[in-house]
Design a protein around this ligand. Sequence first.
Ligand code: SF4
Ligand code: SF4
Length: 251
Amino acid sequence: METPVRETDLPPVVISGPPKTGGLRDRLLELLPEGGNLNLCLTCGLCSAGCPATGGEDMDPRKFLRLVSLGQEDEAARSPWVWQCTMCQRCIYACPMSINIPQLIYYARESWPRDERPKGIRGSCDQALKTPTNSAMGVRPDDFTFVVEDILDEVRETQDACKDMEISINREGAEYFLNQNSREPATEPDEMVPLWKILKTVGCDWTYSDVGWAAENYCMFLSDDKAWEDVVRNKVEAVERLGCRYWLNTE
Ligand code: SF4
Ligand code: SF4
């Protein structure tokens, strides 16, 4: 069987090996592109201009980077702003030096004791670890199956274009394994339907699994490497169990 496609084809926020012993400034130096020099940070502000977290807590990525580079690492790392970064990676693409600022923010988050990290993110990660679906909202396998079947019945009855729609769960050998943000089955189940229609229109051969289907992964945002890995492993095992060729993650 070919290796399933992983969560994203976009450049990952790379977790590069075992934890480093140096401080945040040392880690920043390690992140500079080859031949990079902190003095070359132009303070141009391009990173901040497109950052959705700019301005929160009176901070932005340019200021965060300057604090670290000037040795005020603790002030930077302990700023609550580090939890406002969405890890969207826009700043990397905007920066003429390609500095991986979200990786640095990930390291800053790691420096917080786990029980001091934001309760909402921590709780969502812990919930995902407790549930075989990896749902941060605690949606169980049988609840997911019930909701999918219920919504499918409804659209078949009410929408002509969906009269013959088929949705499978745990179908071995399907080409695509579809992940779904658990907010949808939990609170907005009708929001699953547009994607079903698109997949039907293009003739996609896909399935859900009743485990490992939750697309979100708050353990990454929590900077908890072990938990992040455990969640991804569970999802990968679900893909491999069904022998699907591609893993389609909607997050
Ligand atoms: S975009 Fe890059 S060079 Fe410009 S201020 Fe931000 S980190 Fe420095
Ligand atoms: S990755 Fe974080 S710092 Fe960079 S643009 Fe996105 S939110 Fe801002």
